[in-house]
Design a protein around this ligand. Structure first.
Ligand code: UTP
Length: 295
């Protein structure tokens, strides 16, 4: 019998060194994309896919993350007194989104190590992992499609994006076979950040996973890999190679995705989302055209 997936795990304990000094005293997941922290987009995505039990894996500087999803009574009272219902709704929205839980990672020893911290909370159920710095455009479907496949196949499902060969060394890369379903492939192997020119395909792993609970035992047996970190990709490679716990499938994503942990991609995300907003879009687009014409 398949168990309905209801829990989301959001690792947000990385050091964010590519974004220093902004991330010296603040997690990169709190960087705003237009006027909302990246992490709120991610929690909203989990909730939209039906996952309202959210466990966040936090590290140093965790307070900003917890505070963002908590009540701020002083601010609420001030806005209430002013009768500013619109701003009050913005403040309250993140508080009532989901049932939020937090666990500390301690030392950031890699994404696999962060996911392992979720073992007690998740128990023996399949669950989703959403990376806190990876944004999927809310207008494009990914997570619910992955959940559908994981539930019907009782298997692990990862998200794959086709990237240019020159960019393959920045990602985990999958070796795949067709399944007969257009957007689904079977994953037979995975390699974390292969050296340039050695990638087995151009299917890159992006920050959405639907995992079976067996992943925890596999992670416990996974030694540190690339960068001396416990890599989730290495544990997934074990499942893909052995076919354990139903094996690994990939949903090929053809929508819009932004890696807000990377400075250039972060700026692009801000520009795109601002340009497409009803309130800011017209004025911002007019300015950016004028600016680009002068470059
Ligand atoms: P990244 O590799 O992008 O995060 O991890 P990082 O290490 O913070 O980045 P840089 O290279 O130093 O800038 C992807 C996701 O996994 C989380 C991060 O917070 C991010 O959401 N992560 C990574 C953890 O929670 N714990 C870790 O030990 C590593």
């Amino acid at each position: 019998m398949t168990t309905r997936i209801s829990k989301a795990v959001i690792p947000a304990a990385g050091l964010g060194t590519r974004f220093l000094p902004a991330t010296k005293a603040m997690p990169k997941e709190m960087l705003p994309v237009v006027d909302k922290p990246a992490i709120q987009y991610v929690v909203e995505e989990a909730v939209a896919a039906g996952l309202d039990d959210v466990l966040m894996i936090t590290g140093r500087n965790k307070n900003a993350l917890e505070n963002h999803f908590d009540r701020v009574t002083e601010l609420e009272a001030t806005l209430q007194a002013k009768g500013d219902a619109e701003k009050l709704a913005k403040v309250m929205h993140s508080t009532s989104l989901a049932q939020m839980h937090y666990v500390r990672q301690g030392d950031p020893r890699g994404l696999g190590h962060a996911v392992l911290r979720a073992k007690m909370h998740v128990g023996h159920e399949p669950f989703a992992v959403l990376l806190g710095d990876d944004l999927i455009d809310a207008r494009d479907v990914l997570l619910s499609r992955m959940i559908e496949e994981a539930e019907s196949r009782t298997a692990t499902v990862i998200a794959l994006l086709e990237v240019e060969p020159e960019a393959a060394h920045l990602y985990g890369i999958a070796t795949v076979e067709e399944t007969g379903t257009d957007d689904v492939v079977r994953v037979t192997g995975l390699v974390e950040k292969p050296p340039t020119g050695s990638a087995p395909s151009n299917f890159a792993v992006i920050g959405r996973y639907v995992l079976q609970p067996e992943i925890f035992e596999v992670l416990e047996q996974t030694p540190p890999g690339k960068g001396d970190e416990i890599q989730l990709t290495d544990a997934l490679q074990t499942l893909a190679r052995t076919g354990q716990a139903g094996g690994v499938y990939g949903v090929v994503f053809r929508g819009r995705r932004y890696d807000t942990g990377d400075r250039l991609d972060y700026i692009k995300a801000t520009v795109r989302l601002a340009a497409e907003r009803d309130d800011l879009g017209p004025a911002f687009t007019a300015w950016i055209k004028e600016y680009a014409a002068g470059l």
